[in-house]
Design a protein around this ligand. Structure first.
Ligand SMILES: Cc1cc2nc3c(=O)[nH]c(=O)nc-3n(C[C@H](O)[C@H](O)[C@H](O)COP(=O)(O)O)c2cc1C
Length: 185
């Protein structure tokens, strides 16, 4: 796929078929993640690929995190069950983990590079027929999830990328760039 075609056509895919993604394909997709602009080439990332039985464990943790967050709400159990169900069609979840620099400017620049690395994964996946979407949600903040991932105290997850073969590709809109563009010549 041409780069411009990939950039224009990619969508956040949230509904997947149950077809598993070969590990070799995930490996190929992930191999492009580091090839982004990255000040000081700090490479602040690591990626944890969750598939198979580990997805079931993560789904349980997600359901618990939703229950905790919605404690006391009438729909808490329903939402928690739905959160668990969602993982049944996902082919893989990639936890994108940032090493958090103590210095604020470095931290911000690192986050920019993290976002680009994440987008590289999403675009590479799209090129190979795999849909994905960037999810933050309750997993990002949950200490039980951090423990399960084995994060160090200076690490934080910035995304739990859902990956899978697309079942439905959503339609989305953007304001034409002409409305947000100024030329000074
Ligand atoms: C930092 C970040 C966090 C996001 N978190 C979520 C999320 O928690 N849940 C979700 O459904 N989508 C999430 N998204 C995806 C956006 O909703 C999606 O990109 C947007 O709707 C535009 O759709 P498109 O990617 O198909 O163009 C997130 C995107 C970014 C960049």
């Amino acid at each position: 796929m041409e780069v411009l075609d990939a950039l224009r056509s990619r969508r956040s895919v949230r509904r997947f078929t149950k077809q598993p993604i070969p590990q070799s394909l995930l490996q190929e997709i992930l191999s492009v993640a580091p090839w982004v602009p990255n000040h000081h080439v700090s490479q602040p990332w690591r990626f944890i690929v969750i598939t198979g039985d580990s997805l079931t464990l993560l789904a349980d943790l997600r359901a618990q995190a939703v229950l905790k967050k919605r404690q006391g709400q009438a729909t808490a159990q329903e939402r928690s069950d739905k959160a668990r169900e969602e993982f049944k069609t996902v082919g893989a979840v990639i936890a994108v983990v940032q090493k958090v620099d103590a210095e604020p400017t470095r931290r911000e620049e690192d986050y920019a590079a993290m976002a680009m690395a994440t987008y590289n994964i999403m675009l590479a996946a799209w090129d190979r027929g795999i849909g994905s979407y960037w999810n933050t949600g309750p997993l990002v903040q949950d200490s039980a999830v951090h423990d399960w991932l084995g994060l160090n105290s200076d690490e934080r997850p910035i995304a739990f990328l859902r990956m899978g073969y697309p079942d439905t590709i959503p339609v989305t809109r953007r304001t034409p760039i002409e409305e947000r563009l100024e030329w000074r010549t």
